[in-house]
Design a protein around this ligand. Structure first.
Ligand code: SF4
Ligand code: SF4
Length: 112
């Protein structure tokens, strides 16, 4: 089991999660973060820290797609361990449906 970041993170990127992860297993894309499932120790500390409720256990049904996305892109994007400023318009996208189809980007973020 692992925790995964879902599309609820897209264009929100509040980054409260990266501050609490004891093993620094978050990776930064252009407009969302992902967790490396091989590094996550399933402590669950990040889940309640996310204001967008974007972090879920992969054991919940329907999360297979997010597990695959987290696995794929954590291998390509840079590690991020420190909270940075979130986008100025982050709140406009919080809780919106269909963000993956509308806004997902495979491009990497800047990392630490
Ligand atoms: S706290 Fe939630 S919305 Fe913010 S970067 Fe982490 S997973 Fe994404
Ligand atoms: S569950 Fe724990 S180890 Fe996994 S990403 Fe969240 S804080 Fe890090």
């Amino acid at each position: 089991m692992t925790y995964v970041v879902t599309d609820a993170c897209i264009r929100c990127k509040y980054m409260d999660c990266v501050e609490v992860c004891p093993v620094d297993c978050f990776y930064e894309g252009e407009n969302m973060l992902v967790i490396n499932p091989n590094e996550c120790i399933d402590c669950g500390v990040c889940e309640p820290e996310c204001p967008a409720e974007a972090i879920l256990p992969d054991t919940e049904s329907g999360n297979e797609k997010w597990l695959e996305l987290n696995s794929t892109f954590s291998a390509q994007w840079p590690n991020i361990t420190r909270k940075k400023d979130s986008p100025a318009d982050a709140d406009d996208y919080k809780g919106k449906d269909g963000k993956y189809d509308a806004f997902f980007s495979p491009e990497p973020g800047e990392g630490d």
